[in-house]
Design a binder for this molecule. Sequence first.
Ligand SMILES: [Zn+2]
Length: 372
Amino acid sequence: MFMLYFTPVSDVNSTIFVLKQTNHDGSRQGVIHTRRGDVMTPTFMPDGTRGVIKSLEAHQVAATGIQVVLANTYHLHLQPGEQVIKKLGGVHGFGKWQGPILTDSGGFQVFSLSKLRKITEEGVIFKHPVTGEMRLITPESSIQIQLTLGSDMIVAFDHLTGLDEESRKDTLVAFERTHRWLDRCITEFKRLTSDIEPSKRPILFGVVQGGLDLELRKKSLEFIQNSDVGGIAIGGLSVGESKQEMYKVLEFLAPLYDDTGRPRFLLGVGDPPDLRYAIEHGIDMLDCVLPTRNARHATVWIEGDKKIHLTNAQFIEDPSPIDDTCDCHTCKSGYSKGFLRHQFKVGEPLAGSLASIHNLRYLQRICESYRA
Ligand SMILES: [Zn+2]
């Protein structure tokens, strides 16, 4: 027990992420060793908000080449609750996805969805959106919930702020609190996992904050990299700032990452040009609701990162698939744009599922192009 607490960071991490190659464009090819198998990077992870990728079964998600799915701690904690999910086989048995699962900390939803909330040093008190009762999420309870869910990769609870003018005043406070909360997350994580063999433990990610302030970002990255975490997460981006502002932070951080065998995860980014930019600036993992949310609204990506809206009248009699160059189930099966347009128009859920399959495959193909 004592020895496990003092295992040097580099020894632990050497088993988590193995860098295979750094490409000329700045992207990296690597492998994350999780307790549920290897993940080839760079990789995109769709958001299974409530324990499922909306309208898709696990085998349909796997067929797109997706290797990891994300589940939302906040939503699953509120409904049906982590103890219920544990009884139903954990988050893997619950939704039947048998590959690695990453859970977020719940922080993003607490900050973005809860209208009534109060942030204290202890944690965040917020109103349950369904029952109306007041709940408290702390760094410790976030770790407890994620471990009870049975997640393979978990994220430390951080203090997120928006990037609009008003919220930017809180950047320094959030930055400092995020680091104090990380220490509490690490202590709780070790308390609950120290008797588990290292290769069977989930991977804990610390979150870099600092808003658009580059000096704070640098200090935050240094803090996280000096902490006993298995992965580095970049948080607080893609929350309302311009693309140029986000790119500036990613470009600034790229040469500052250390080389101690930890995967780098950019939270909440999934638009194809942003995905490419992040990957070419050293990011290994990304997640976003965008591909499936867009798909349910009939918006799909085609060659060249162009977006088309399948409900447009121009597709009424179009017999061609979404994209001739795509190898997804939807395109290969020959579902025409005319068929999909009609099904979207009449509200048939299958249309959203077929479009989701295409969009997930689109992002996965981008990731695969960097791994080739
Ligand atoms: Zn396709």
